[in-house]
Design a protein around this ligand. Structure first.
Ligand code: F6R
Length: 616
């Protein structure tokens, strides 16, 4: 949450900062601001509540003198409402010093009391301004920005990425991180800082990942990284695997529209290079077979959509490996003293790799002796760096706040992992693994078929339903997490009340919600593979129809049994039962997007949310 960008080099920095912020706006859009040290050596700053476009308009009307050192921020409000005053940057040292921040400084109140008692004054309600004023005080003592910054960050508790610059030291931006993200972009005679590589990928794909509790100082000609005591540290270089065009809308009406359309590719890219002659080969997991042979339990931790991917994965991994799998919301896991042993494998799932709840849960699991494996979509992110092993999803950058292509990529990665572990443990024969692998390889083509066949009809359905006030989703088995995902997506981007239920749970309470005209999406399992499950769901449909529900069914091609009971039937191609979720979720993603469009809402940037949730 909150996007951060910094630049030093020969070029005018404003356009670079604004372009970087545009790519980071998914991290928060309550306000935006930049600060630049101009060519006369003066620090100029502009910040505005609202989306980045408000700041751009302001800068167009009242330009700021440009310079070649600058920092920029896009905010997701925590301390203090989304106002101009609370927007970042925050200034100190009589306006000569600017600071931006992502995270929460937990001891800001104590520090503020200390600084007020010394006569310092504050303009905003933010925790960030406390760091700025503290840095100003330290700078006044040493006139050395790096030393002052070090003296400041050691006083801070909580989570933070901080960037700062001082007009007396142009050509220098300093940054620090603890439990919030920060990566370095290496250019020719110029260097960048960003919350993630999207901030600078149009300028360079050479990057460095900064570790916990480290400080970086960038100048046009160099990058120096040290720990909070001042000792130099080695940092890990990496190459960004996608280019700037991957993070552009490319003619689509929204990033979400583009990203749903990329779901086939997200699965295909996550499979690429990991299947050889019907065998799953995950090079990142070399050397871990002994661990996989010995684990007695798997705990999946994640939040939101990523947790639903985990729930889908549970059905497959348990069935294939016969190892018990639990799925737990990361924020619940950490606070309940869970049982963890060295034979527990804790799998975290995170698109951003920065979700604070998940990060803290991973650290907690490690501290208690469990082995940790991260499924992540973002290179250089913190969660994979804190884990014993990583399996990257290759969904490409996901910009829309609502997670879509990452979800199918996460399920794909879990399935690859499950098949690999099943082979290592001898729980599945080579032939069985090869059959499942074939199913997985067919998924991209089948998702593309759903997109081709159903997009227009779903958009029409969504427009008809634009005034709907509540939608329910029902599923059984792997359809249950898909019902949860369908409901989450709808709540998130259309602000309509939506609930997902296990279809069998209906009669235990939720059926009371059904009244004439209530729209209910029902995910119907294949009749070929499990007629028992299929028939149970068809019975559930009849129960809600009898009470006047308007039933929209997602069912396999050729399943005629649903026809008499459905108001609408959305079709998915034939697939094995465990593979159906990868197809059934597609109409639900399309529906949520269509309804948000029909209501005239901002599909990519729903209210109150941010893509990367870096606060607990
Ligand atoms: C829903 C959504 C969120 C995220 C959740 C975890 O569309 O995007 O529920 O799935 O905040 O985020 P990551 O995967 O980045 O850890």
């Amino acid at each position: 949450m909150c996007g951060i960008v910094g630049y030093v080099g020969p070029r005018p920095s404003q356009d670079i900062l604004l372009a970087g912020l545009a790519r980071l706006e998914y991290r928060g859009y309550d306000s935006a601001g930049i600060a630049v040290i101009d060519r006369d050596g003066d620090l100029g700053m502009r910040k505005r509540a609202g989306k980045l476009s408000m700041l751009r308009d302001d800068l167009e009307r009242h330009p700021l003198a440009d310079g070649t050192t600058g920092i920029g921020h896009t905010r997701w409000a925590t301390h203090g409402g989304p106002t101009d005053v609370n927007a970042h940057p925050h200034l100190a040292d009589d306006g000569k010093l600017a600071v931006i921040h992502n995270g929460i400084i937990e001891n800001f109140a104590d520090l503020k009391v200390e600084l007020i008692s010394e006569g310092y004054e504050f303009q905003s309600e933010t925790d960030t301004e406390v760091a700025a004023v503290l840095l100003g005080r330290e700078y006044a003592a040493s006139h050395d920005l790096v030393a002052a910054f070090r003296a400041t960050v050691v006083r801070l508790e909580g989570a933070f990425t901080l960037l700062a610059m001082h007009q007396e030291q142009p050509g220098l931006v300093v940054g620090a991180r603890r439990n919030s993200p920060l990566v370095i972009g290496l250019g020719e005679g110029e260097n960048f800082l960003g919350s993630d590589v999207a901030a600078f990928v149009e300028h360079t794909r050479d990057a460095l990942a900064i570790g916990q509790d480290q400080i970086v100082a960038i100048t046009p000609s160099g990058v120096e990284v040290s720990d909070f005591t001042g000792a130099a540290v080695e940092v890990e270089p990496f190459q960004v695997t996608w280019d700037a065009s991957a993070a552009e809308k490319g003619g689509w009406s929204s990033f979400m529209a583009k990203e749903v359309a990329e779901e086939p590719e997200a699965v295909a890219n996550t499979l690429r290079g990991r299947i050889r002659d019907g065998v799953v080969v995950i090079p990142e997991l070399d050397g871990l077979d002994e661990l996989f042979a010995e684990i007695t339990r798997v705990v999946v931790i994640a939040a939101g959509t990523a947790a639903y991917a985990g729930l889908v994965g549970k059905y497959a991994i348990e069935q294939w490996t016969r190892v018990p799998v639990e799925v737990e919301l990361a924020h619940e896991f950490r606070y309940r003293d869970p049982v963890l042993t060295p034979s527990t494998l804790v799998i975290s799932i995170s698109q951003s790799g920065e979700t604070m709840d998940t990060l803290m849960a991973v650290k907690y699991a490690r501290e208690r002796g469990a082995r940790t494996l991260s499924i992540c979509n973002t290179q250089g992110a913190t969660i994979p760096r804190e884990s014993d092993a990583i399996v990257y999803t290759h969904a490409g950058p996901e910009v829309a706040v609502a997670s879509t292509k990452a979800f199918v990529a996460q399920i794909t990665a879990l399935y690859l992992l499950g098949l690999h572990v099943a082979r290592v443990r001898g729980a599945l024969s080579a032939t069985e693994v090869a059959q499942h692998v074939l199913e997985l390889e067919a998924i991209p083509r089948k998702i593309a078929k759903v997109l081709d066949a159903e997009s227009a009809r779903i958009s029409q359905l969504a427009h008809w339903m634009a005034d709907t006030r509540s939608v329910l989703f029902l599923g059984r088995h792997v359809g249950y997490p898909i019902a949860l995902e369908g409901a989450l997506k709808l709540k998130e981007i259309t602000y309509i009340h939506a609930e997902g239920f296990a279809a069998g749970e209906l009669k235990h309470g939720p059926i009371a919600l059904i009244e004439p005209g209530q729209p209910v999406f029902v995910l119907v399992p294949s009749p070929r593979e499990s007629s028992l499950l299929h028939d149970k769901v068809v019975s559930n449909i009849q129960e809600i129809r009898a009470r006047g529900a308007r039933v929209i069914v997602v069912a396999e091609e050729g399943d005629a049994a649903v026809l008499p009971f459905a108001d609408e039937v959305l079709r998915i191609p034939l697939a094995g039962p465990l593979f159906e979720p990868l197809l059934a979720v597609v109409p639900l993603h399309l529906f949520a997007m269509g309804l948000a469009e029909a209501k005239g809402l901002d599909v990519d940037q729903p209210r109150n949310l941010a893509k990367s949730v870096t606060v607990e």
